[in-house]
Design a binder for this molecule. Sequence first.
Ligand SMILES: C[S@@+](CC[C@H](N)C(=O)[O-])C[C@H]1O[C@@H](n2cnc3c(N)ncnc32)[C@H](O)[C@@H]1O
Length: 433
Amino acid sequence: MTRTNISMKETFGLNTQIEEISKINSLSDLPKITSLLLPDGYELLPNTSELFELEFAFYECKFLTKDEVVQRGAFFKRVDGMPTHHYIICSNNSPLIWQGRSETTKSYFKEGNFSTGYATHGLFPYRGKFHPQLIKGLLNILGISTEDIVLDPMCGSGTLNVEASILGINSIGIEKSPFCVLMSKVKYEALKVDGALLSSILNNMHKNYKTLISSKKLHADFSCHDGFKPEKAITLLAFLDAMGYARRCSKSIDMLFPSVLKRYTVQINSFIQARDKLDLKIGNARFEIGDARNLSLEDNSIDAIITSPPYSFAIDYAENDRPQLEYLGYNVSKLKDEMIGLKGKTRKEKLANYFDDMDKVLSEMSRVLKIGKYAVIIIGSNDIQTGGIRLETKVEETAVKHSFVLDQKMVKPIKGIQNTMKDEYILFLRKVK
Ligand SMILES: C[S@@+](CC[C@H](N)C(=O)[O-])C[C@H]1O[C@@H](n2cnc3c(N)ncnc32)[C@H](O)[C@@H]1O
């Protein structure tokens, strides 16, 4: 990546223009705001309506050349009339993806077409996952190139890894929940499959379903212990997705599985068509079941970290995924003991454990990151469930103890879990020694 000759710190110093924008209460005058912020020739994606999106678009313009915005920009439709790769990838989404779903779901997917519902991100609806478009924007703001290696030590459904791979960047994903590791691997491996494999998935659907539904223990063939088998793993994830869906809508897995699996193949097919048209080189991603408090990585080996700690006061990840974890043969109670934010009986005890664990995570992040590089933490704030303590402030204070300085802090409204979390903070922490 050839970064335009402006440093990230300098760009963050250009905040005056952004501040002017934030004084405008309504974004209805978007053309005026856009002309104030962006040079001629840059056309934003449809549905751009949030202040943070404009902020990101502004930074992408500052950091990337025009060609780079076309190849890796996350917030633009066209530059000088040339459609961006992001626009092409998202526009290739087949309407079949939301066929048979409720009107609310359809409109959610359609609205999220450019931000959440593209590539393989929609394969399993993991609660509390990153906003993929934002992650692409962050990789751009941080100036990450294909020579770099990025890490998410609590990777959940692997959103960072999928986004990095689409841009040809190598990445590592570490996660405590074995189900999340499976999900991340599938979302990543599905970026690399071909059309023949998708046909085979559909041809073998009934046979594979019989095996999955009949065995009490996960059938060895699907377990991925002896190497990852994309056909089996994609089918297994669709099966586990149907299992969760069945629990939520009181229908049988039997009824739901075929349509979930078909949707998976359509979604993957939409991406691989765009991939081949644009000749994208997919970056490598490596996943591990591990602990963010004790990373199995070398000191000073990572070029950027983008992560989001558990919103454990809003979401109990282990409980949410109990049916899938139990089906895969894992002990949920044992897992809960090792998951950040879930330990403790009272709220006070839980909070104390949470901050103690976050101290360890930040210490490990600082150890593995190269000096001068960034760890970006995305954290929801909610001072009702924390008894008035602001999580982002506490994380900032802890980060400073571990050789980080806070260069920038952005705010983004949360759409999905508004009843428990209102805003998310994006903290740009630079390791200084
Ligand atoms: C907010 S979610 C991350 C979501 C992720 N960014 C995504 O896009 O899907 C936080 C994750 O931290 C994981 N986690 C909890 N305790 C952990 C630990 N000790 N080590 C690693 N991961 C952990 C949870 O399982 C959960 O998936």
